[in-house]
Design a binder for this molecule. Sequence first.
Ligand SMILES: [Zn+2]
Length: 321
Amino acid sequence: MLFNRQTIFHYLSFLLVLATMPMFASCSSSQAANSQDVNDDILHVVATTGQIGDVVMQVADKRVKVDVLMGPGVDPHLFVASEGDVNRLQRADVIFYNGLFLEAQMASVLRQLGERKPTIAVAEQIDPELLLPWAAYSNAFDPHVWFDVTLWMRVVEVVRDALIEADAANADVYRANADAYLQELADLHAYVQQRASELPAEQRVLITAHDAFHYFGRAYGFEVRGLQGISTAAEAGAADVRDLANFIVERRIPAIFVETSVPVRTIEALQAAVAERGHTVAIGGELYSDALGDANSDGATYIGMVRHNIDTIVDGLKGER
Ligand SMILES: [Zn+2]
């Protein structure tokens, strides 16, 4: 049977309509999505700790929305994500966390999120050769890398590269901001070295509530002792208090230090044990260890926290506080 021209024309028109219908449908739905996203095209980043959140803010300036899960004084070793925190993590485009088991209670939720979106353990991007061991576990590293400013500079590069990957349109801004911030951190590292050098080597003994300061000790030449271990999850026992009190008496240590994210009673118990042994040890001040301070404090930023800590430590050990 032969088709006449009109039949063929109708048939082709029908095919054309069929072929174009899904195209129109997809056009209209993507337009709807775009109009919904008009005020929401900015990258959403969630950071676990304030230190990491500060790096993101320094590198991204106002190009991304940064949400920090752990506020001032919050202990990351013990932090459990609430339902609201999990919702924030689920809505994020990119997640930065410390890793190396700092956020021990969040390990499974972060692992699940990592299957769906960029979820970056910043400290785990540092060359393992530069990491210190976590003595209580085989094959684990001390997570407190931010206390060595040169290691934290590596984290700035990690954040910069991840932001560029997620938002290439702003790559030049991220590079320029990261360069400027890295220069500030190089100056900060020199400042900490210079202040540390005011103390003779034998006076550089830092005693705090938990073992957060080993990277600080290695970088700036301090002998470091914590009453609790690397994690605050295990309470200090009577034997830990006794051993450290004896050490303080033997070495005539003038000052010990409180941490903002660890209850003060830990250090007060140590101070009392030293007093029982006939030696007076001062509380040399409060250090920002695992959390930043509130917005009006010295510890509101990473740079502020590091400066506050070295000033407090050096002045405390000189007996100037
Ligand atoms: Zn810690």
